[in-house]
Design a protein around this ligand. Structure first.
Ligand code: DQA
Length: 144
């Protein structure tokens, strides 16, 4: 069975509590459990969250050379600032889909730019927690 790794960056551990008017009231534990349930029997979902840039880079490296079929990455605010995470995505072989629960294109100007978008295979934003399942579907593609 294919394995898809979901990586969440800073502050996403507070989903459900943090700015619920933007990110909703579901906790990240619940969101990930729903993704696991949705893909039961079709994909193994693994999950990693860190508030630290270097830890996210280490996890990308560890999953980046054939150990998983694809990576779903919500880099949080690092999306807009981290050339180091962009370089890590460029360095690895595993395809990465960028996700954002909010519609970053409709928010403050700094959130409209992504340093990681050019090195990801695609971006899904603005559909709330559903972005995680949409990205897993995109990565599974015709293998599903
Ligand atoms: C986010 C959008 C980012 O701009 C923000 O810094 C986040 C969450 C989202 O999921 O909508 O932390 O990635």
């Amino acid at each position: 069975m294919p394995e898809i790794l979901i990586i969440n960056g800073p502050n996403l551990n507070l989903t459900g509590i943090r700015e619920p008017e933007i990110y909703g009231t579901l906790t990240m534990d619940r969101i990930i459990a729903d993704v696991e349930q949705a893909f039961r029997g079709r994909a193994r979902i693994s999950y990693f969250q860190s508030n630290h840039e270097g830890h996210i880079i280490d996890r990308l490296h560890a999953a980046g050379f054939g150990t998983v079929q694809g990576i779903v990455l919500n880099a949080g605010a690092y999306t807009h600032t981290s050339l180091a995470i962009a370089d890590a995505i460029a360095a690895i072989d595993t395809p990465v889909v960028e996700v954002h629960m909010s519609n970053v294109a409709a928010r403050e100007p700094i959130r409209r730019s992504s340093l990681i978008a050019p090195v990801c295979i695609g971006t899904i934003a603005g559909f709330g927690p559903a972005v995680y399942s949409l990205a897993v579907s995109a990565l599974l593609g015709s293998d599903e």
